[in-house]
Design a protein around this ligand. Structure first.
Ligand SMILES: Nc1nc2c(ncn2[C@@H]2O[C@H](COP(=O)(O)OP(=O)(O)OP(=O)(O)O)[C@@H](O)[C@H]2O)c(=O)[nH]1
Ligand SMILES: [Mg+2]
Length: 626
């Protein structure tokens, strides 16, 4: 067995426990980290490291791990956990101490793992988490008796309310002996599943009393939400409201940021002498990066909905609801959560597929994840819808926002495309038998304001950091390419036409002309490979520089409306439903599948479909007089 490499209090501890028992919430408490917490199993799929400060001022390294039901892993994320606690990861020692995190409301399930962990023979502390809910249910636990029986300290915690984590930290500061496998003279090594279950039953009889067996169901709510027809309607309505909100609620804050950027441009305009630096600031930085920043409110509204849904316990139920439908297109219901995460970004979505045990199912999910409309596509859609779809209420009293409706339609189009591709994959390359959905249903819970706040703050931070780094850098590079070389003497057209970017755009134009893209779009697509939002910023820069004469370019949206045919705009939207051009997604696929073949296949099929969809859209729109 693995032994400690040093004497004294632990230097590294690992949080181990069943899925959804609150390990990450506890980790965030102990270390001040802001890792994702949500109310379904399989949220954490990677190991994450943080540092906790102990009462005596020293520090200890804390590792948060994916949840696992046993020490016999069945999926890639569970394998990570086992590797870490056994010290099999390259360059990483096994943790000195294991914190076995337990959902106190579900001891029957959770204690099995604790008993298995005890057999590793390392120092251990048990954290009885969710004690607030357990007490609320009337459960009484004899903590001291449990500690005696298990042969290790047991502390009660409420990870989401900062109860008990001091007690836990105090235990971590102690020099605990390894837990023994002999308790009260009884030998409990390597029992089979049944022996484990008997031991759990024995422990429960000794230490737990009072609560009716906890039920994960909420009969009245589930009768509605999981109704085969009504449930689907509710789900559709929920998503619909979400996209309406993304459009309508964001108007005011978006206007504020736009005014701010415009005011800044005004200051620069008035205060600086004309020259390259001024052009860089106005046409490059403010039109480019500033043009992307205005989408912050929309992204936060979208995430507020997603985060609240995630913490409520509804998502796994939606997965069951959709299991049959998803089965028809070749996906397991387990794919629902990775697919939903992909609405934020395909990268975490693809990583979330680690909890899918069956390889072909997992690969199919990976292949389809980028078809979900990621939040980086939101600015592009918003810009084009803002320019080409009139602002109009429809329906009785005009309560439906037409633009929100179109946005919803685009998200649906992404899902429909995924369904079609999935259907084709299932019948050809990735044939697999239907795997019944096995997913633990979490209890319903009001989304925790703290979790929501942390989640939103993280999104805002990530987005602003993106705007400040990669998007900023790309717009500066693009500005440079779009202004250099300078036009020859006596040139009459806009300077950008003579620049490198102008030449590249024109060279690409013959590829994209059949689908209606002009050279300005072709230029913008290139930096969009690194970050899709940049397409918006890049269009801002390209058009700001295309204005011949000194007329400062107007806001982008009306400009596009004046310069593009609607057919071009629709074709670009159709292209973006498939949007094959995201390098970080392709790199993630390479990493998760360990092969270049898969990202290449993905890029290939998406480019082909994107081109085809844009071509058809463009031709049909032209034929209808667009
Ligand atoms: N009421 C209550 N809820 C909690 C407590 N700790 C965590 N939660 C909630 O439980 C859910 C799961 O928390 P996570 O920290 O994501 O669980 P996890 O163990 O990391 O889950 P995986 O990463 O999927 O294995 C979230 O909805 C939390 O808000 C607690 O002590 N009391
Ligand atoms: Mg977690």
């Amino acid at each position: 067995m693995l032994s400690r490499t040093h004497a004294g209090p632990p230097r590294s501890v690992a949080l181990v426990g069943n899925p959804n028992c609150g390990k990450t919430a506890l980790f965030n408490r102990l270390t001040g980290a802001r890792q994702k917490v949500a109310n379904y199993s399989g949220v954490t799929v990677e190991r994450k490291v943080g540092t906790a400060r102990l009462p005596d001022g020293s520090t200890v390294q804390v590792v948060d791990l994916p949840g696992t039901y046993s020490l016999h892993p069945v999926s890639a994320d569970e394998e990570v956990t086992l590797e870490v606690i056994e010290g099999r990861r390259a360059g990483e020692e096994a943790p000195d101490l294991i914190v076995a995190v337990v959902d106190a409301t579900n001891l029957r399930m959770n204690l099995r793992l604790v008993l298995e962990l005890r057999r590793i023979g390392r120092p251990m502390v048990v954290a009885l988490n969710m004690m607030d809910t357990a007490r609320h249910q009337g459960l009484r636990l004899d903590r001291e008796r449990l500690a005696e029986e298990l042969g290790c300290p047991v502390v009660e915690t409420v990870a989401i309310a900062s109860h008990g984590h001091e007690a836990l930290l105090a235990e971590l500061a102690r020099d605990l002996p390894p837990v023994h496998q002999h308790v009260d003279g009884r030998h409990v090594e390597t029992p089979d599943a049944r022996a484990l279950q008997n031991e759990v039953r024995r422990l429960l009889a000794l230490v737990a009393s009072g609560a009716a067996p906890a039920t994960r169901f909420h009969p009245r709510l589930d009768a509605w939400l999981m109704h085969p027809v009504g449930g689907l309607l509710i789900l559709a309505a929920l998503l619909f409201v979400m996209f309406q909100a993304v459009f309508t609620w964001a108007e005011a804050p978006k206007g504020l940021i736009e005014d701010g950027v415009a005011a800044l441009a005004g200051v620069v305009e008035a205060g600086m002498a004309p020259g390259p630096l001024k052009s860089l600031l106005i046409d490059g930085v403010l039109a480019g990066a500033g043009g992307v920043l205005v989408f912050l409110p929309q992204i936060l509204i979208l995430f507020a909905f997603i985060l609240a849904l995630e913490d409520s316990g509804y998502l796994p139920r939606a997965a069951f609801l959709l299991d049959t439908l998803m089965g028809k297109v070749g996906l397991s219901g387990r794919a629902f959560i990775p697919m939903l995460s992909s609405f934020a970004c395909a990268v975490p979505g693809i990583m979330a597929t680690r909890s899918i045990t069956h390889w072909r199912d997992r690969l199919a999910t990976i292949m389809l994840a980028p078809l979900m409309t990621c939040s980086a596509r939101l600015p592009v859609y918003t810009l084009l819808i803002g320019a080409f779809v009139p602002e109009r209420g429809i329906g009785p009293g005009g309560w439906l926002d037409l633009r929100g409706l179109v946005m919803f339609g685009l998200y649906v189009a992404g899902v429909a495309a995924a369904a079609a591709v999935g259907w084709a994959l299932k019948r050809s390359w990735l044939k697999s038998r239907y795997q019944p959905l096995m997913l633990e249903l979490p209890p319903y819970r009001w989304p925790s304001p703290r979790t929501l706040a942390i989640g939103l703050w993280e999104r805002a931070r990530i987005f602003i950091a993106r705007v400040g780094t990669i998007i900023f850098a790309l717009t500066v590079v693009l500005w440079f390419l779009a202004t250099w070389p300078a036009p020859p003497d006596g040139a009459t057209a806009a300077p950008i036409t003579y620049s490198l970017a102008g030449q590249i755009g024109r060279a690409l134009e013959w590829v994209f002309a059949p689908i209606g893209f002009n050279w300005q779009i072709c230029i913008a697509l290139i930096p969009g490979l690194a970050a899709r939002e940049v397409v918006v910023g890049a269009l801002g820069t390209v058009y700001a520089l295309s204005a011949s004469g000194d007329a400062v370019a107007d806001a982008l949206s009306p400009l596009l409306a004046a310069q593009w045919s609607p057919a071009t705009a629709y074709a670009l939207i159709a292209w973006f439903i498939f949007a094959p051009q995201c390098l970080s997604t392709l790199a993630t696929v390479r990493r998760e599948t360990n092969h270049w073949r898969y990202p290449l296949i993905m890029a290939g099929y998406q480019t082909a479909l994107g081109y085809l969809a844009a071509f058809i859209t463009y031709r049909v729109a032209l034929a209808w007089g667009g």
